[in-house]
Design a protein around this ligand. Structure first.
Ligand SMILES: Nc1ncnc2c1ncn2[C@@H]1O[C@H](COP(=O)(O)OP(=O)(O)OP(=O)(O)O)[C@@H](O)[C@H]1O
Ligand SMILES: [Mg+2]
Length: 329
């Protein structure tokens, strides 16, 4: 087996807040292999974005800090890397796209300039006409019609789906080995969402890049991912390949998420099942398992001790004392 492309080891990230230190990530470990798509799923606030911002070293400063752990990429620990070296990796070898393209695109620059500056930054010797040609080719590749004309337009002149394609184009200009996509389709309507997912799949086939795809939607995960991390309250509570996750979800939380997916092949139920209760705030987690107040299988032990993330068959990892009983039901 070749080395994983990226290894996140025991990562912990904290924010300084008015209420004190908030530990947004607690002992996160996972790997990304070359060419694969890893999904990260979980409800709002579970730490999906903080995970990607920690990897990219883009945490809001000075409040956000990685306080423990390593992010090994190409033999080096990104957490310890000098800022200049990290700058070279970011956008070049690891690129990121966001939910709302307007936050990543500059509203006062034409599309052509935004693509051109990215290219020039990473290829200082490139001529103006080469930059223009490469920009047009990239817009074509992400399915933007009439790219010559688009180069002269401003972001606000494009539809949401087209803006998302431009952001993907910018992210891909430097042939990243890893693309981190943080909910890139949630703001789009379902048809456009499906087109963007297909585009990412096609681009991955062409380039062989790995994708870390972040979403709260297990339906999207099913479309796209080879492997999935399920996060809850800043911890990984399950990690499995896509078939295992859907066939025999291990953690009660994962089961709850799966039940909440609307199924097109079944008559609609009166009400979509959702997981009861709410995620506590980072300051209110009880000792023991963080899911205990919402779990149908909770026992006394779950309130006292924190379960470890244990590895079972097929490499499935589950953080639950009752996993063995539950799978044999
Ligand atoms: N700048 C910040 N200051 C303080 N706490 C923060 C900050 N950014 C994030 N957090 C906290 O870290 C936790 C994880 O947030 P994160 O943004 O990673 O959630 P998420 O899983 O991406 O949620 P969503 O699905 O809503 O995007 C939350 O409890 C959040 O309140
Ligand atoms: Mg987020």
């Amino acid at each position: 087996m070749s080395e994983p492309l990226l290894q996140v080891k025991h990562l912990a990230t904290e924010f300084q807040t008015e209420q004190g230190l908030a530990r947004a990530l607690d002992d996160i470990s996972f790997e990304v292999n070359a060419g694969e798509t890893l999904g990260i799923v979980g409800e709002s606030g579970c730490g999906k974005s903080v995970t990607s911002l920690s990897i990219m070293r883009l945490l809001p400063k000075p409040a956000g800090n990685i306080v423990q752990g390593e992010v090994i990429f190409d033999g080096q620990d990104l957490v310890q890397l000098p800022a200049d070296d990290m700058h070279n990796i970011r956008g070049n070898r690891i690129a990121m796209i966001f939910q709302e393209p307007m936050t990543a695109l500059n509203p006062v620059y034409r599309i052509g300039r935004q693509l051109g500056e990215t290219l020039a930054l990473h290829n200082p010797k490139m001529s103006k006409s080469d930059i223009r040609d490469a920009s047009i080719r990239m817009l074509e590749r992400v399915g933007i019609p009439a790219p010559e004309r688009r180069l002269k337009e401003y972001p606000h002149q494009l539809s949401g789906g087209m803006r998302q394609r431009v952001m993907i184009a910018i992210a891909l200009l430097c042939n990243p080995e890893i693309l981190i996509a943080d909910e890139p389709t949630t703001a789009l309507d379902v048809t456009i969402q499906a087109q963007i997912l297909q585009l990412l799949k096609d681009l991955q086939q062409e380039t062989g890049m790995a994708i870390i795809f972040i979403t709260h939607d297990l339906g999207v995960i099913a479309e796209l991912c080879d492997r999935v991390l399920v996060m809850y309250g800043g911890r990984i509570i399950e990690q499995a390949d896509i078939n295992t996750l859907f066939d025999k979800p291990g953690h009660p939380y994962t089961r709850g998420l799966l039940k909440a997916i609307p199924r097109l092949d079944q008559p609609p139920k009166e009400e979509l099942s959702t997981i009861r209760g709410m995620v506590p705030s980072l300051f209110d987690f009880p000792p023991g398992c963080r899911f205990q107040n919402r779990c149908d299988f909770v026992q006394e032990r779950c309130r006292q001790e924190t379960p470890e993330l244990e590895t079972y068959n097929d490499g499935q990892q589950v953080r639950c004392f009752r996993f063995r009983e539950l799978v044999n039901e």
